[in-house]
Design a protein. Structure first.
Length: 203
């Protein structure tokens, strides 16, 4: 019988709608390598940060209506990444299940707590200090991304922006803390057949 600790925790997802076409490959046990080409430069930056600080390999391309409004692309990439996480985790046997992290960026400080519970929920307490990051990226899209990821991965996620005066710093602190918390929650720390739930299932 193959040990959970040696299984390949990877996923490949393709999603096509009338608004976007997305292809994503995820390796939970990677080396922090990323290739993000979504047409939304700030999203590419955040995915690269997630990959590097979470230790995941993420390769994602997206095509769609980002030139009109990046909302669909950001949300749909969150959906696909969430689906990939769910697929790569499988039955979630052997994982730590819980993870939490703080991340600062200059004046900004964010906290993210994650439970790989199988129950999709996002609590987002993060009043962004500015309505936009740069010219085209609405600050509200940070919440949209994390909600899409949490719902599609089956995660309970609590995000708190403790302080910030700059929206770019706020978003980056959230993504970095999220990556660190996700890395902790998904790491293999228990015996291969151990499901960390009194119900005996994480779904």
């Amino acid at each position: 019988m193959t040990s959970t600790f040696h299984r390949i925790r990877q996923a490949r997802i393709e999603r096509e709608t009338s608004e976007t076409t997305i292809k994503l490959v995820l390796d939970l046990d990677g080396t922090g390598q990323s290739n993000a080409n979504t047409g939304v430069l700030f999203l590419d930056h955040m995915i690269s940060a997630m990959s590097k600080h979470g230790g995941f390999d993420i390769d994602v391309t997206a095509r769609g209506d980002a030139e009109m409004d990046s909302h669909h692309t950001v949300e749909d990439v969150g959906i696909v990444l969430g689906q990939a996480l769910k697929q790569a985790l499988g039955d979630r046997a052997g994982i730590a299940r819980y993870g939490h992290a703080y991340a600062p960026l200059d004046e900004a400080l964010a906290r993210v707590v994650i439970d790989c519970s199988g129950r999709p929920y996002l609590e987002f307490v993060a009043a962004m200090p500015e309505p936009a990051i740069g010219v085209t990226f609405a600050s509200s899209l940070v919440e949209e991304f994390w909600r899409a990821l949490a719902v599609n991965a089956g995660l309970t996620v609590h995000i708190d922006l403790i302080r910030s005066r700059n929206a770019h710093h706020a978003a980056e602190a959230i993504f970095k803390a999220g990556a660190l918390a996700l890395s902790d929650a998904t790491r293999l720390t228990r015996r291969p057949d151990y499901i960390p739930s009194t119900k005996g299932v994480l779904a």
